[in-house]
Each structure stands twice: as structure tokens, then as C-alpha cells.
Design a protein around this ligand. Structure first.
Ligand code: ADP
Ligand code: MG
Length: 581
């Protein structure tokens, strides 16, 4: 249970403010999260980590000398946005490129990948290793699909130690990948967790039972048993991990770092009793425990549970592991304190200039703003319904996420239009506003749609119908590339692809934009209704798939509502053009 908060919606932000106030020696606040308060040598690779909040000390508590250079900090259990990650990476960059590492979750992958692309477009080299240590989340043949849990720490530390030692970006990425290959974790839980202001737990474990392999956001586990003794639990954890030893490792004679991680409300004393038996078992197997960790390294808010990580060292990894760290929540050895960084202006908040536009493009921008107003009105009118549908198989936040995103898009788009922006810039600002404020998977994907469309419209000249169709097609391709869903997976893709195909076909056969859009919206509406029959295979809804049969996919439904409402805006635009007043 969580007892203390002000406005639940402000909780994550206020938590970061307090965290920074308490740790100003190590970290300073920037747009999107925190970076080191100390200077790093010019040319040193910047290690940027991140993820949702609610996992302290991951991720902000792991920023400091010898560990991460910056952390992008999202909302509670929600990935940071592309903009947040990009802003933190820019602030952390020392001219040696940026290395991203985070737990392997769909929303984080999507946003870190998009931020990586932006950094590269800015001319900053960037590489990524997503951590996949949780053996319970996918079979060995699909290791790349596994989630990241407490094993984040080993990968972050090896990457950071390599960067501190002067390794270049490729070498940092190689070593982090190697550390990830040699890190395995397995966890159990006794209770779920309750986010601030929530009336009931986000997920729960039946009283007196233990969920085996449960994820740190309530993703289903692989089993449920009675609660064993402390020794019984130690035996289970060690057995699971000795069953899956990395390639090239011989158990007898191996050196490992064991990490017994508390998930939020398990007592340290209980964990020490469990660790006592773990140490005996490792010893009996001929394994040397190097630098054991018993404590909290990646929590799940107030969840009661624990996980064991084994990090299988080799000489190279052990040398890197053995280096000093001074971060707010993690200290090892003694670090020579670096000078405090001089704080310049936060690049992310400096107002960007509006590129030149002509009258035709500004007129198109006015249509864009009207379309954004229509999206806001449509989402507002359906916010509860969208939340209700999402709660059936997902987490119930689709309505509020779409509301936050569309309102932010309108604010940013209207401000750009008022400053004389053309269609491209207006829509680009709207895209940024949407994905930055929406949270959730759908917010990032709507950002991709609007940004792809923007790129085809330009700031000069009246956009043609085929340019709009090409922009929609690029958006659709972008959504599939980032979200990795196909038609039939029960996502917004099921409405977006038929919409795109119908629009392209209509425009290619000579229809006006308004006519083509109308026909395409009809296809999207039919297709969205058809998602009721499908089983979800992507996103959070995947875990509770069966529940959702008979209900439409929320993201497909909201997309159909929105494109239908925009058809009216385009009709009105055409009527105005035919009868200029
Ligand atoms: P979250 O799933 O993060 O809670 P929302 O609730 O706002 O985000 O949106 C849920 C919708 O997002 C789903 O109904 C689905 O249409 C869409 N979605 C989720 N994952 C994907 C994906 N990988 N590709 C395309 N669309 C997705
Ligand atoms: Mg949701």
C-alpha cells in the first residue's frame, strides 16, 4: 500500500524533485530525468539508462561517478517518452557518443529506439543493449524476448566501467552485451503493489501463495505455489539458475556475483536468512561468490518479493566489476571526486525557431489545427469508453493517455501555427507534444504517425492529396517498424493498415483527399469493429488475451473514431474552397 502523496498525477515529478534535492552532490535535474552533477572527461562514452519510475534505485539512483551518466525517468511503470530520453542523452553526451541500456519492455524499446534514431540524426553516435536477464519470461531459444529485472545493474555497471576506462562506443556496447549474456535472474512474489492514489492493487497474489516468475509490473508468472521456507526458496532460486548456465561456463570453479534483490517490501533480515542458504548452495556447487549483493537494486513499488541474479564473471568482466562507484543508491570502493559541472542552459527547453513557410502551407497548417481540435473533441467525448475497453485486457489508461496526448498536440500545434509555421512544422510540434505527454505505447505510436505525415507535407506549397496519402503510408510503416505488430495481432495496426490502403487506392484512382479520406475512414471503422474477434498478441493486453475476445482493440477503435471525425474537417475544407467566402 502507498500512503503518502499529494496529487497522484504529480507523484513521479515530485518524487524526482525530492530525489534531486536530497542528492544534489551526485545528480542534477534535466528535462526528462537526471544526469551526473560532476564533469566527465571530454570524449567519454555517456551511459544513459532509464525506464519507468517505481523501481528505485533503478534508475535515477544509479547515476553517478563509475555508473550511469544519465537516467531518463518515466512516469510510474511507464516508459519515458522519446523526447525525455533524447533530452537526457543530449545533456549527458560528452562528445564520445551515447550508450543506452534499459530493461527489455515494449514501450522502452520503442522509445529508446526512436531516441537513438534522433541522436544519430543529430550526429551523435548511439548504441543500445536491452537487458534480458529474467529466465522466467521466455524460453532459452527466445532469450532476446526476455524482460530485464535486477540484472540491469550488472549490465549498467560493466558498460559504465568500460566507459570510465576509456573504451569507445563499440567496445562499451560489446562488453555490455557480453555482461548481458552472462547475467541470469529468477524471481518470486508474495503480494502485488498499489500505485499512489489507486484504490486497488495493480495486480495481486492470493493470500498465503507465492507467484513464481511474476514480472515486476504484474506480468504473469510461470507457476504459483505455497510459500516455502527461507531455505526452500533459496534452493528453488539456485536450482533454476544452475539449470541455465551461460554458454562456455563450467559451474565447478566458476566465479559469480550473486545479487539477492528485494522488490520493495521484503525485509532485509528475511533476505539475509535466504542468502545464508544461497551461499551454502553456491559453495557446495564449487562456485566462488564474488562481492555478494543483498539489498534493493530494482524494486516494483511496494511489492513483496525477491529475485536472485547470478552474474557469471570472466577475467575481463571481473576487472571491470572491481572498479569504484559513487551513485546516490550504490557505492563501491572509493572514487576520486570529479569537479562539479558548470550548468549551462537546458538545450531541450530553449525555444526552437520556426522555419519559413509560405501562405499556402500556412493555410494547410490551419486545417491541421482544425483536425487537432477535432481529435481533442473526439477523444474527450470517448475518454471513459476508451478507458473501459482498455481495462478489459490492458491497464485501463487508453482514454486518459489519448486525452493527455491529443491536448498536448493541439497546444503545441496551435502555438506553432500562431507563430507562422507551415503544415510540416505545425504537425511536427504536435507529434512531439503528443508522444511526450501521452505515455503508454499508443502515445509513442501516434507521435510516429503525425511525424511521418509531417515529413511529407513540407512548409512550402499546398500539400497534394498524394503527399498526404504518402505521409499516412509512411506513418503506418513507422508504426509497424517501431511497434513490431502485424495485421491480426489486435492492435491499432488492424485499423491503420486498411485505412492506409484505402486512402492510397482512392487517391491513386483520382479521388480528392476529402473523398479518399472518407472511404478510408469507412474501411478503418469496419476493420476496427472486426478486431473484437481477435486474440491479442502484442502489448500489455497479450497477457490477458482471452478476456478481450468479444471486445474491440482500444487503439484500433480510437483510431477509427479519429479518422472518421477528420473526414468532416476535410469535407468542410473542400466546401470552403469551392465556395470561397
Ligand atoms: P499501453 O498499452 O502502454 O497501456 P494504451 O493503453 O494507450 O497504451 O494503448 C493501448 C493500445 O496501443 C492497444 O489497444 C493497441 O492498439 C496499441 N498497441 C499496443 N502495443 C502496440 C504495438 N506493439 N503496435 C501497435 N499498436 C500497439
Ligand atoms: Mg493501456
Amino acid at each position: 500500500m502507498t500512503r503518502l502523496w499529494n496529487e497522484p498525477a504529480d507523484f513521479a515529478d515530485e518524487m524526482i524533485d525530492g530525489f534531486v534535492a536530497a542528492n544534489a552532490r551526485s545528480v542534477r535535474r534535466v528535462t526528462g530525468g537526471v544526469v551526473r552533477a560532476t564533469v566527465s572527461p571530454r570524449g567519454q562514452v555517456a551511459v544513459v539508462v532509464g525506464g519507468g519510475s517505481g523501481h528505485y534505485p533503478a534508475f535515477g539512483g544509479l547515476v553517478g561517478q563509475g555508473l550511469a551518466h544519465g537516467a531518463a525517468m518515466g512516469n510510474l511503470f511507464a516508459s519515458p517518452s522519446t523526447q525525455q530520453i533524447h533530452a537526457v542523452a543530449k545533456a549527458a553526451d560528452n562528445g564520445g557518443g551515447v550508450f543506452f541500456s534499459y530493461g527489455n519492455y515494449a514501450g522502452d524499446v520503442l522509445n529508446f529506439d526512436a531516441a537513438q534514431e534522433r541522436l544519430r540524426a543529430d550526429g551523435i553516435a548511439c548504441e543500445t543493449v536491452a537487458v534480458t536477464d529474467d529466465v522466467s519470461s521466455a524460453p532459452p531459444a527466445e532469450r532476446h524476448k526476455r524482460r530485464g529485472i535486477a540484472g540491469d545493474l550488472t549490465v549498467f555497471r560493466i558498460a559504465a566501467a568500460a566507459a570510465e576506462a576509456g573504451a569507445d562506443l563499440a567496445e562499451v556496447a560489446r562488453l555490455a552485451g557480453h555482461a548481458n549474456d552472462r547475467t541470469r535472474s529468477f524471481g518470486v512474489a508474495f503480494t502485488g503493489c498499489t500505485l499512489p492514489g489507486a484504490e486497488k492493487p495493480l495486480f495481486s497474489v492470493p493470500e498465503g501463495r507465492m507467484a513464481v516468475g511474476l514480472g515486476i509490473h504484474g506480468e504473469p508468472g510461470i507457476d504459483e505455489t505455497g510459500i516455502p521456507t527461507a531455505d526452500g526458496l533459496a534452493e528453488m532460486l539456485v536450482e533454476k539458475l544452475l539449470d541455465e548456465v551461460p554458454d562456455g561456463v563450467t559451474i565447478n570453479g566458476a566465479r559469480v556475483v550473486p545479487i539477492l534483490n528485494g522488490l520493495g517490501s521484503l525485509k532485509y533480515e528475511e533476505m539475509f536468512v535466504v542468502y545464508r542458504r544461497i551461499a551454502q548452495l553456491l559453495d557446495a556447487a564449487g562456485i566462488t561468490a564474488v562481492d555478494p549483493h543483498v539489498g534493493e537494486y530494482c524494486t516494483s513499488f511496494d511489492m513483496a518479493g525477491t529475485s536472485l541474479t547470478l552474474f557469471w564473471l570472466d577475467d575481463e568482466l571481473e576487472r571491470l566489476w572491481d572498479t569504484p562507484v559513487d551513485a546516490p543508491a550504490y557505492r563501491r570502493g572509493s572514487v576520486t571526486a570529479a569537479a562539479r559541472a558548470e550548468v549551462g542552459p537546458d538545450a531541450a527547453t530553449a525555444a526552437a525557431e520556426i522555419p519559413d513557410a509560405d501562405a499556402d502551407s500556412r493555410a494547410a497548417a490551419a486545417v491541421v489545427v482544425r483536425a487537432l481540435e477535432t481529435i481533442v473533441a473526439t477523444v474527450d467525448a470517448n475518454v471513459e469508453e476508451l478507458g473501459r475497453i482498455d481495462a478489459i485486457a490492458g491497464d485501463g489508461d487508453h482514454g486518459i493517455g489519448m486525452q493527455r496526448g491529443s491536448h498536448a498536440a493541439l497546444t503545441a500545434g496551435a502555438a506553432a501555427h500562431d507563430s507562422g509555421a507551415g503544415a510540416r512544422t505545425t504537425l511536427e510540434r504536435a507529434a512531439d507534444g503528443w508522444s511526450d505527454k501521452a505515455g503508454g505505447t499508443s502515445g509513442a505510436l501516434w507521435g510516429v504517425i503525425l511525424a511521418s505525415l509531417a515529413a511529407e507535407l513540407g512548409d512550402i506549397g499546398r500539400p497534394s492529396a498524394s503527399a498526404v496519402a504518402a505521409g499516412v503510408a509512411a506513418g503506418s510503416a513507422g508504426v509497424m517498424a517501431y511497434g513490431k505488430a502485424d495485421v491480426g495481432d489486435k492492435t491499432m495496426v488492424d485499423a491503420l493498415v486498411p485505412f492506409t490502403d484505402a486512402l492510397t487506392a482512392a487517391v491513386d484512382s483520382g479521388a480528392s483527399l476529402a473523398e479518399g479520406w472518407r472511404r478510408a475512414a469507412e474501411s478503418a471503422t469496419t476493420a476496427a469493429a472486426g478486431t473484437a474477434e481477435l486474440l491479442p498478441r502484442m502489448g500489455r493486453a497479450r497477457s490477458h488475451g482471452q478476456n478481450s475476445v468479444g471486445t474491440v482493440d482500444p487503439g484500433a477503435h480510437s483510431l477509427a473514431l479519429i479518422v472518421t471525425a477528420i473526414a468532416d474537417v476535410l469535407d468542410a475544407g473542400r466546401a470552403n474552397q469551392e465556395n470561397p467566402s
